[in-house]
Design a protein around this ligand. Structure first.
Ligand SMILES: NC(=O)c1ccc[n+]([C@@H]2O[C@H](COP(=O)([O-])OP(=O)(O)OC[C@H]3O[C@@H](n4cnc5c(N)ncnc54)[C@H](O)[C@@H]3O)[C@@H](O)[C@H]2O)c1
Ligand SMILES: [Zn+2]
Length: 360
């Protein structure tokens, strides 16, 4: 098992990363909690809920099982789970466990942040993507006008990451998660990026996966520890996300997974970077790798003006200019402001190139 501490200005918490951690989950939990609420989704519940409940038998435990998918990060499920938490008799010494992917983690974390003005929660990620969402303390639900617009910075007490759960992920979820690992490598570590380019993500063994996840989380931790509240370098973690969020919203959640949208967003960020800095670095190699792994790269008919409008409702907008993270080179991110018109031109060219299969 690997372990690391996340330290930031306001808090610190451990991450445990290894095989078969769920069966001994209670070992990582303070025995004095008055009760535990496990929040999970239907898919994860069928595989792992019994195991978790069994491991927590020394506690009074309640459970809430939500529908899988982004639509559950809603004000309705937020309110409904609060109602249930109150009727379960939970108090300020209760603990919430988020058992699942980023959807469960973000929703359960935001409930923990707000229930009786905040109770403890523990992240138990079960997707590759959740290596990212479970670290850093960002919790949120969606507003119909934008993703993650209602939220908080609220760190978990611990992250307990059992990689054995990743065996039941389908290929789509594997590639979704790896897009965020690629992102971390791009902003921080060229050698890691090159290593990933040589990896077939559908054929990695547990040990390789642990190494990739550890490396990705380490990068995220380094960034977050220096800038918990996203004043500064934490914004680098948004590489690829301005377009990704707009695409996810425009196409409707579920058309593309978050990571699939991020993969297209990363490609776009590299496309713009190569143009702005007049250099060729990661666009072609990344494109080849994404194609090899069957990432969806063509976008169904898209209204570019709508996309730009959505990019402007993103939280990263400053003075009405769209802020994008670009790369001067791999491991050297920078933030750059663009006018609507500039972004519209880039998006139009990029989408046309993807459509035509012209990748230069
Ligand atoms: N808070 C943050 O810093 C942060 C960072 C990145 C992403 N996010 C959020 O994370 C969310 C996406 O996370 P996600 O991709 O994990 O999505 P998800 O939670 O919807 O999980 C993806 C799918 O995999 C299923 N699943 C989960 N674990 C499984 C397992 N072990 N075996 C089989 N199936 C399993 C789920 O039921 C779901 O259908 C988005 O809402 C995004 O905004 C948050
Ligand atoms: Zn993301």
């Amino acid at each position: 098992m690997k372990q690391m501490m996340i330290k930031s200005a306001s808090t610190s918490y451990p991450i445990y990363l290894g095989k078969d951690l769920l069966i001994n989950l209670d070992q990582y939990i303070d025995p004095t909690y008055s009760s535990i609420l496990v929040i999970t989704d239907q898919t994860v519940a069928t595989y792992y809920l019994d195991k978790v409940i069994k491991a927590l038998k020394q506690f009074p435990v309640n459970q809430v099982v939500i529908e899988p998918g982004e639509q559950s990060k809603s004000i309705e499920s937020f309110y409904d789970i609060h109602t249930r938490a109150i009727s379960f008799g939970m108090d300020r010494h209760s603990l919430i466990i988020a058992l699942g992917g980023g959807v469960v983690g973000d929703l359960a974390g935001f409930i923990a942040a707000t229930f009786m003005r905040g109770i403890d929660f523990i992240q138990v990620p079960t997707t590759i993507l959740a290596h990212d969402s479970s670290v850093g303390g960002k919790v949120a639900i969606n507003h119909h006008l934008g993703k993650n617009l209602i939220g908080h910075f609220y760190a978990p007490k611990a992250v307990i990451y059992d990689v054995s759960t990743l065996h039941t992920l389908n290929t789509r979820e594997i590639r979704s998660g790896y897009a965020e690992i690629i992102k971390e490598a791009l902003i921080w570590d060229e050698a890691f990026f090159n290593d990933l380019l040589l990896t077939n993500i559908y054929q990695t063994d547990d040990q390789t996966r642990v190494n990739h996840l550890y490396h990705g989380m380490r990068i995220k931790a380094n960034v977050v520890q220096k800038d918990e509240k996203e004043q500064d370098i934490r914004r680098y973690l948004n590489l690829g996300h301005t377009l990704a969020h707009a695409l996810e919203q425009q196409l409707g959640y579920g058309q593309l997974t978050h990571g699939e949208a991020v993969a297209i967003g990363l490609l776009f960020a590299l496309y713009v970077s190569e143009d702005v800095y007049q250099n060729k670095h990661a666009y072609q190699p990344l494109l080849g790798w994404l194609k090899k792994h069957d990432y969806p790269l063509t976008i169904p008919e898209t209204n570019v003006n709508e996309l730009i409008k959505r990019m402007k409702t993103d939280k990263k907008v400053v003075n009405r200019h769209i802020q994008m993270v670009l790369l001067k080179s791999i491991g050297q991110p920078v933030i750059k402001s663009f006018t609507d018109r500039e972004v519209r031109d880039f998006v139009t060219l990029f989408l046309a190139d993807l459509e035509k299969g012209i990748y230069t």
